[in-house]
Design a protein around this ligand. Structure first.
Ligand code: ADP
Ligand code: MG
Length: 715
């Protein structure tokens, strides 16, 4: 048989399982795969160290002191004893170099280690020191006889790999892993081929792949390590961008969309006669982008980002009018009944001088009304439907839904979006999904958007309508509450309305509810009837009751709205000028920003008062300070990203950004910008990557495509 070359393969291939490597038994391979996801030789080469140990330095025992962290010492073992302890025993060896003595300690693997330790033979030991009664000890030291040590090439810096308890229990220590990787590199170094075209490497001064891999594992110098890191980060981010851009290209060229070819009567009539204000430059730009999409014959999947109050609603309406002018229906979906109702009322008001019908469909729509809506949608006599996720129910069938607009998308999951998708209609060949416009007021830092939504089209409204005054924001401790109440009274006396918001954190809903109740009672005492009227809205109320309370506040019948964060998104009461946020240290930055966006919607100066106790964590302090200092949603999002990491920012869970091996979307933003430009250039010049100069690039891309299912989830 030709396959009996056995374990010492002459031509080891990077796709081979790691059992081909000297020192990797089947048992070890299993643990490595289970714990670190390493299966092939290529995987192992890409298991990067997360830090390095500088072992150029040797210490004598009398030089060691309490602050010495990890140290390397040469000496001999003079004796070994087993010390009984409560459970099991530990093994203790005395180790001396003539200047002093330290103890080496093992808690596990006692017998096996005891047999392998040689007394009076020189060893090089390395490890972290523990001090007890001015005696130093080292638990589970890395050790090697001086003879073995001298037989190896010594690297200036040594890699430290990720480890787990299971790995160390199975004897796969960092040293073992290092040796295995060294063996592997010796075998395959010559066959590591580059993934990036030479011209890109030259343009961006990237060292070649081989050298990068060698120096990431066994850096010859700090300088080479830095070059290796840059090269590998560049490569990793580059291929993410290539995948995103390819995905976008394929979507745009393969997925058909309805063509809204004309700007017709409804749009023109509204735009010329009923627009209550002139659009900002940003609104106009975004509208142009949308018109280009829906006119192209490809399917639109666009994300519209715009800070709270930036005026996304009017853009949504004008997009719907485009659909209607071309014979299609349109829908807006909002995450809550309150928001859906508000959109509905807003649209009815905007469209009052037109002949267009609008209907509202939510969970609490009565059966009779519901049936009427269903029928009108199917007949095509109802052009605009606004609602909650009730729109997604199977019974809701459109005659020809041309565009679906999703407001505040983070409340909707992928599954719900695909349901919406299926509300399009058959064109005889296949399904044509409605155009999708997703609107979000949660600014996503640009860098993250590039990695998470790199395949979506993104529009940004980065300008507020004219005449807005910045919301004055202050931080006040609980002990100043009386002064704050006085301030609220002054504002109310001027005819303004006030929000007081309490945190709601799912794990302790009962407690939060109590906070809210207590808060409500103290406010009710401070602001008694008949001078003051108070609304209260929280998550445990029935939708109808919520709406009733909300309605009273919207109409100005109550001056104070005490609420949990249900009012966070979208609610619009222009006369409300003060937002008091209780226990503000418990809110995340994006939530605080959203809440603050509820005020400052009218012509009056508005205020946001962040109440907190004196007990503030460092992060809590940073959050409040950021709120006081800036009102720029994108700046706030950047701080949020730095504080929480990408894992907690919406949308990222489904993306590849969390599986990065070496790059970091927060720290490596400048590389990301650089890489994005390069990738765009490549795809523009050679969309299918078939140019011979992109041969290796294409190969790597195709391999990645086979491997990563993650990309299919994003849009
Ligand atoms: P959001 O982007 O938060 O959804 P809205 O669409 O609700 O913002 O708009 C916020 C407020 O600004 C609304 O009262 C709206 O009528 C008003 N508005 C929107 N665009 C303009 C504009 N170009 N000029 C003046 N006011 C505008
Ligand atoms: Mg809105």
């Amino acid at each position: 048989m030709k396959n009996n070359i056995g374990k010492v393969a002459c031509f080891m291939n990077l796709n081979h399982p790691i059992t081909y490597i000297k020192g990797v038994s089947v048992a070890r391979a299993q643990v490595l795969q289970a714990e670190l996801g390493v299966r092939t030789c290529r995987d192992l080469l890409h298991l990067f160290p997360f830090r390095y140990i500088d072992k150029t330095q040797f210490y004598t025992i009398n030089q060691l002191h309490q602050n010495s962290a990890e140290v390397q010492v040469v000496g001999k073992i003079t004796g070994v004893k087993t010390v009984k302890q409560k459970r099991g025993s530990r093994l203790v060896a005395s180790f001396t170099d003539g200047t002093g003595t330290i103890e080496l300690v093992w808690f596990k693997g006692g017998k096996w280690i005891k047999d392998s330790l040689k007394v009076n033979i020189p060893y090089v030991i390395y490890g972290k020191l523990n001090w007890y009664n001015r005696m130093a000890s080292m638990a589970h030291p890395e050790m090697e006889t001086v003879q073995a040590y001298k037989g190896k090439i010594q690297m200036a810096m040594q890699p430290v790999y990720p480890s787990t308890e299971k790995l160390s229990n199975k004897g796969i220590s960092n040293k073992v892993l290092r040796d295995i990787i060294q063996n592997l590199l010796q075998e395959v170094y010559g066959s590591i081929s580059d993934t990036l075209p030479e011209y890109i490497r030259e343009d961006h001064q990237l060292i070649d792949k081989k050298e990068a891999i060698l120096n990431i594992h066994f850096p010859k110098s700090q300088e080479l390590l830095a070059k290796a890191q840059f090269r590998l980060k560049f490569e990793e981010l580059f291929f993410i961008q290539i995948q995103l851009l390819q995905k976008k290209r394929i979507r745009q060229s393969k997925l058909k969309g309805y063509v809204f070819e004309k700007v017709g009567e409804e749009f023109t009539n509204f735009y010329e006669n009923h627009l209550p204000f002139s659009l900002t430059t940003a609104q106009k730009r975004v509208l142009k982008e949308i018109r280009k999409d829906v006119g192209s014959g490809a399917h639109m999947n666009r994300l519209l980002q715009g800070d709270v109050g930036s005026g996304k609603t009017i853009v949504a309406l004008l997009s719907m009018l485009l659909a209607i002018d071309n014979g299609y229906q349109a829908t807006i979906m909002a995450p809550t009944e309150i928001l859906a109702a508000q959109h509905y009322n807003g649209m009815v008001e905007l469209l009052k001088n037109t002949t267009l019908n609008v209907a509202l469909l939510t969970g609490s729509t009565k059966a009779k009304k519901r049936r009427e809506i269903h029928a009108a949608l199917e007949e095509g006599t109802l052009p605009i439907l606004i609602g909650t996720h009730a729109i997604l129910e199977d019974k809701v069938q459109f005659k020809n839904l041309g565009i679906a607009i999703i407001d505040e998308q983070h409340r909707f999951g992928v599954e719900q979006r695909s349901k919406l998708w299926r509300k399009g209609s058959k064109d005889g060949v296949g399904m044509i999904p409605p155009h999708i416009l997703v609107m979000t007021a949660t600014p996503i830092p640009r860098t993250l958007a590039m990695s998470v939504y790199g395949d979506l089209d993104v529009s940004v409204i980065d300008e507020l309508p004219p005449g807005r005054k910045e919301v004055k924001t202050v931080h006040r401790y609980d002990s100043h509450r009386l002064k704050v109440f006085k301030f609220l009274k002054d504002e109310i006396a001027k005819g303004r309305q006030v929000y007081v918001v309490y945190p709601l954190i799912q794990e302790s809903e009962a407690m939060d509810y109590k906070d809210l109740k207590d808060g409500y009672e103290s406010i009710a005492r401070e602001f008694p009837l008949p001078n003051y009227k108070i609304s209260i809205v929280h998550g445990q109320m029935k939708p109808a009751d919520k709406d009733y309370e909300m309605e009273r506040f919207v109409k100005g019948e109550t001056q104070i709205m005490v609420a949990t964060t249900v009012i966070e998104v979208g609610v619009n009461v222009p006369n409300a000028s003060v937002m008091v946020i209780e226990s503000s240290e418990r809110f995340g930055l994006s939530q605080l920003h959203q809440l603050r966006g509820r005020v400052g919607r009218g012509a009056e100066q508005s205020y946001c008062i962040l109440m907190s106790s004196y007990k503030l964590s460092a992060d809590g302090k940073t959050r409040l300070q950021t709120m006081v200092e800036t009102s720029d949603g994108f700046k706030i999002a950047e701080v949020d990203l730095k504080l929480r990491g990408p894992g907690n920012i919406m949308g990222t869970q489904q993306s590849g950004v969390l599986n990065l091996k070496i790059a970091d979307v927060v720290k490596d933003t400048s590389i990301l910008y650089q890489v994005r430009q390069v990738a765009i250039q490549v795809v523009r010049e050679d969309p299918a990557l078939t140019d011979p100069k992109h041969e290796r690039l294409l190969k790597t891309y195709e391999e990645l495509q086979k491997k990563t299912g993650i990309w299919s989830n994003i849009s």
